[in-house]
Design a protein around this ligand. Structure first.
Ligand code: IMP
Length: 416
């Protein structure tokens, strides 16, 4: 059985925790979208690991981990991550496999990202994600296999620089990132990466033939998806289910389970519409601090709000979610009542479906239902008001809730 773990909100749902809890049931764990904009946190005892590119499954001895072609890889960030894992005694040799055809994020993409943010104000992570995916679509991207051909790489970079100089004044004149020194830096860094490059599509097919199972590790979340998210306040990759197939080359028939992950409230980092956002700063601060809602990649405080069932149902539909994993129930424990949005209102009308239109979504008002809160005892027994909350979500989305996370630690997870 192969499974995917996908985020259903604006990222940071706690996917890594769910992946960590089920990784031992699989042979291979695969990242298929995004890049070093992701920050997947796993807490184990006194240790805390934050993964940006390497699948968090690497913490499980003996498991193979793949960074597939749909991921845009910053080679410098990847080598840092590999070194950090090795410092913690986690080997990547013969365990981490990287697609030859993945695209490369280069330092100029980060400069471009920062440059564009001055006027676009999307609130990106500034990891060069948008510009590197733009280059891919624009057919001027560099792929991992180009790292094996320094001469061709230099020619490509010179061509790209000549084109880009006109659009980004000031950036492509920078000495440190001009083609020659950049190629040297890349070649030096990629010594650590080249031995890990392989045809990951063939590798996954072969492991399927042997009867091995695959876990697809999603990054970001449905509402940040380039097609289905709150465009243009989105990331630049396909982080919904379709991204698995375009990002790995394996067919849809390989996927048996889709585990959708959502917090029992909502958060968002960066700009863009957020219908259930808590506008009262005092209340928002309280929830942010209780939930430790600060970005794991950028440290930015996250915007916080209530559970949005309209958006959650939409995310379940797009991804074909077969089971839900709900996280951070401990954060809401002790509240007398909890609002959840069941519809939107706009111009005196009610909307039951999530509108894929920025002009509408930014103007809707959530229609809330107040659900009674729970205490720690009910939480640990999944009884009383916690159970009501979970069953309301199940009725609304039509998807069973299989996992409930009750704390940051690895063992704070209840399976139903
Ligand atoms: P980018 O992916 O850096 O271009 O950022 C675009 C938007 O996606 C911004 O709002 C980011 O904060 C958001 N974003 C990207 N990756 C993540 C993530 O892993 N978690 C939460 N938000 C993210």
């Amino acid at each position: 059985m192969n499974a995917a773990v996908l985020g259903l909100q604006w990222g940071d749902e706690g996917k890594a925790k769910i992946i960590d809890s089920i990784a031992s049931d699989f042979d291979t764990i695969v990242r298929f979208c995004g890049g070093a904009n992701a920050g997947h946190t796993v807490v184990s005892g006194d240790s805390k690991f934050i993964f940006h590119l390497v699948p968090s499954g690497i913490l499980h001895p003996g498991k193979k981990c793949v960074i597939a072609g749909g991921v845009n890889i910053d080679p410098f960030a990847l080598v840092e991550e590999i070194k950090n894992l090795e410092r913690n005694g986690i080997e990547t040799k013969n365990r981490l496999f990287i697609s030859f055809s993945a695209f490369v994020v280069l330092p100029y993409h980060k400069y471009q990202d920062a440059y564009q943010e001055r006027t676009r104000h999307i609130g990106t992570t500034r990891r060069g994600i948008g510009p590197s995916y733009t280059d891919k679509i624009d057919r001027v991207g560099i792929r991992m296999y180009d790292l094996l051909q320094p001469k061709i790489l230099l020619e490509k970079l010179k061509f790209i620089y000549n084109e880009k100089k006109l659009s980004f004044p000031g950036i492509f004149e920078k000495e440190d990132i001009s083609p020659e020194p950049l190629v040297e830096q890349i070649i030096e860094t990629s010594k650590r990466i080249i031995p890990l490059l392989t045809d990951t599509r063939v590798m996954l097919l072969e492991s399927r033939k042997k009867g091995e199972s695959i876990l697809f590790e999603g990054a970001q979340g449905a509402l940040l998806d380039i097609d289905f998210g709150t465009y243009p306040y989105v990331t630049s990759s396909s982080c919904t289910v379709g991204g698995i197939f375009s990002g790995t080359g394996i067919p849809p028939t390989f996927l048996d389970r889709v585990i959708g992950v959502a917090k029992c409230y909502t958060t968002r980092v960066g700009a863009g519409p957020f219908p259930t956002e808590i506008v009262d700063e005092k209340k928002a601060t309280r929830l942010r601090e209780r939930g430790d809602e600060f970005g794991s990649t950028t440290g930015r405080p996250r915007r916080v709000g209530w559970l949005d069932l309209v958006a959650l149902k939409y995310a379940c539909q797009i991804n074909g979610v077969s089971e839900l994993a709900l996280t951070k129930f401990d954060v809401l424990s002790g509240m007398s009542s909890i609002p959840v949005a069941t519809e939107y209102a706009i111009n005196g009308e009610r909307l039951a479906n999530f509108p894929e239109n920025l002009h509408i979504i930014r103007r809707v008002a959530p229609v809330y239902r107040e659900l009674p809160g729970w205490n720690d005892e009910e939480l640990l027994g999944i009884s009383g008001n916690v159970l009501d909350y979970i069953e309301t979500i199940e009725r609304f989305t039509g998807v069973p809730v299989r996992f409930i996370s009750t704390g940051a630690e690895r063992n704070n997870l209840i399976r139903r």
